[in-house]
Design a protein around this ligand. Sequence first.
Ligand code: SF4
Length: 428
Amino acid sequence: MNAHAPLPPAPAEGCGVSVRQERGQRAVFCGLTGIVWLHRKIQDAFFLVVGSRTCAHLIQSAAGVMIFAEPRFATAIIDERDLAGLADMNEELDRVVSRLIERRPDIRLLFLVGSCPSEVIKLDLSRAASRLTRRLGPGVRVLNYSGSGIETTFTQGEDACLAALVPEMPREAPNAPPALLLVGALADVVEDQFLRLFADLGVGPVHVLPARRADALPPVGPNTTYLLAQPFLADTARALESRGATRLAAPFPLGVEGTTGWLKAAADAFLVPQARFSAVTAPGIARAEQALAPHRARLAGKRVFFFPDSQLEVPLARFLAREMGMAIAEVGTPYLHRAHLADELALLPAATRVVEGQSLDAQMDRARAARPDLTVCGLGLANPFEAEGLATKWSIELLFTPIQGYDQAGDLAELFARPLLRRARLEV
Ligand code: SF4
């Protein structure tokens, strides 16, 4: 297919939503980006990227606004000598890690994070992690995962990190009562709100992955049902299921409808009566509806085009279409997990065009032809589109901002309304 040709008609899927795949040049961040929110979430973990100066710059600039006096991430630089095979990378890595642990005795969990350069030189970080765990344990555990741009996009770094934690989770006790596991990094304030709602519903015990402390990993086993809080956790889900856990099918907790559906999946699994569910959720729904109303006035009838970036695109499109009255020009997503997103796809308006993967030039041409009112895309595409007169929203903001749950629904809508407001002001 010519990269610039319009898409041929796609076979229908689900409720009239068409999903087609595209392959070609991509423009997405790599999985290292996840460190920016994960290092804030797991408070005694440290992320050591084994990579190049480019990797160090990416992390520094992505986290630029959040540098603390003692940041909990760093890069062990692979330089030319290492690439030429003149140095023993394993010895160097052990030296760097020993120095780090001496200087930072508060570290309980150390992630060695692979990158493109460490993959190119085939540095075996899983062996390095086992070796270092033997040397530094039991006080410090060393795990590894890949954030390389060759293997991962933007949010898959979190998936790889959480999947690395699953084998470390303790086995649930024999005859343990049914437990609910919330899976996916949420801002602490959002996590606390959900835990309060589950307590009010009488659902429990409820555990979270990732836990805020490395030594508080939740138990897992056949009596665990889990609820994904993020749509990009395919490997983590697979790892949990290999430990006996069962996924609850649900939409994702974005907007009123998604949050209610997500809570309801757990409530039904724990046999919560409908009357209690309605009573517990009614105040949150009312607050969210009130917060959404002014943004609906600005967003209704506008057209939005999603470039593939965060894997949040399908639930966001569902929220914008159904709760904000927006029209969907296209929903690009880097990867679409058909089972995890089944409830979301069923809620999208019929004939919504969902494109999995990316062929960058072809997609940019479609966006230009569509002239959407709002384009949701990565940082690299936003500037050229703004210069062409298209209003844009950086998709990375949707990961750095608390957006899940009833009390964040207004903030979520505002993220999309703000660029339109700014453009309207500029035009005036
Ligand atoms: Fe670039 Fe690869 Fe390093 Fe990511 S991991 S910053 S894509 S070199």
